[in-house]
Design a protein around this ligand. Structure first.
Ligand SMILES: Cc1cc2nc3c(=O)[nH]c(=O)nc-3n(C[C@H](O)[C@H](O)[C@H](O)COP(=O)(O)OP(=O)(O)OC[C@H]3O[C@@H](n4cnc5c(N)ncnc54)[C@H](O)[C@@H]3O)c2cc1C
Length: 286
């Protein structure tokens, strides 16, 4: 079933309370958008996603346009009457192959243009594709770009706070276009810095820095710099790999890992083994 044909489950209303751009003007626009949900039966946790339903009419006679966004933060109000969820939304555009014209992505532009006070319809919650391994000695390798940081923030908080005492090694590789794009990780909203003291946690932020270099190249370089360690970890049966963000994240990782594996074929075989053994999960979107 395609994204557009999906039948919507129960939906409820959410009100936008905040919308702020977190990337600099000359870069892709990513906004942090906060929604207040006052429907008592809807309860969310970070790392899950919600569906945002865009009001029609839609092109090509599509009945619905619903797209999913990961909950980066969730705060239940003091008396439990409402929950505030924060989303990180990248404003998408695509080029029509036939006409060559540039079209705005429907849901991401709807969300990025929405103003505080506006009510929207949401569905879900939907489960995170990333399952925390039961064994606290498991090693975790997280690889992401852009808004793909949202499920990892939730994941890292979960293992160090809710679960506690994580013994396995945790590595986060995150590619960004500029230091400014790392804002979400570094400002007062950022809880990842809380874990830099954990002996098992290391984060590697690749920053492109140059105008024509994308976040995926920055990610590739930061994996290459640490490829031996990552490759070594992947050979261990208790290492799990998680990937999130734009589809190009996958190609960038393949390039970096093919080098250390010795060839594209060797990396392909190693990755297939990880998938077969249930040690590879990904959440990729265009
Ligand atoms: C579980 C999950 C979690 C996600 N979390 C996030 C998140 O936290 N933040 C985030 O920003 N995104 C997230 N996404 C991606 C998000 O759901 C949307 O896919 C994204 O915002 C684009 O949706 P859109 O409606 O704006 O664009 P659409 O209008 O659906 O277009 C999307 C893309 O489809 C292609 N496309 C569509 N129509 C055409 C056409 N006619 N011709 C050529 N190409 C076309 C283009 O590549 C375009 O960029 C997530 C996706 C999933 C599955």
């Amino acid at each position: 079933m395609s994204n557009n044909e999906v039948e919507l489950g129960a939906s409820c209303e959410a009100v936008i309370t905040e919308s702020k751009r977190i990337t600099p003007e000359k870069r892709d626009e990513v906004r942090e958008i906060v929604l207040r949900i006052s429907e008592p039966s809807f309860r969310f946790v970070e790392g899950q996603s919600i569906g945002v339903v865009v009001p029609g009419p839609h092109p090509f006679g599509n009945k619905h346009h619903m797209r999913r966004y990961t909950i980066a933060h969730a705060n239940v109000s003091g008396r439990g009457e409402s929950v505030d969820v924060s989303l990180l939304v990248r404003r998408c555009f695509y080029i029509d192959e036939v006409s060559g014209e540039r079209y705005p992505g429907i849901a991401s532009n709807f969300l990025c243009d929405a103003q505080p006070g506006q009510a929207i319809n949401i569905t879900g919650p939907y489960r995170s594709p990333f399952k925390v391994p039961a064994d606290i000695n498991s090693n975790l390798v997280m690889i992401g770009t852009g808004t793909g940081i949202a499920p990892f923030r939730a994941f890292i908080q979960h293992i160090y706070e809710q679960k506690g005492g994580w013994q396995g090694q945790v590595r986060l590789f995150y590619g960004a276009k500029s230091g400014m794009d790392l804002l979400y990780m570094n400002d007062q909203n950022d809880d990842l810095t809380n874990y830099y003291d954990e002996a098992t946690f290391k984060a590697f932020n690749g920053i492109a820095g140059k105008p024509l270099v994308g976040e995926e190249k920055a990610l590739q370089d930061s994996i290459t710099e640490n490829a031996k360690e990552v490759w070594g970890m992947m050979q261990e049966p208790n290492t799990y790999v998680f990937m999130a963000g734009l589809t190009k994240t996958s190609a960038a990782t393949d390039k970096a890992m093919s080098e250390v594996a010795g060839s594209e074929e060797a990396w392909k075989a190693a990755k297939e083994k990880l998938v077969e053994q249930g040690r590879w999960s990904e959440l990729l979107y265009s």
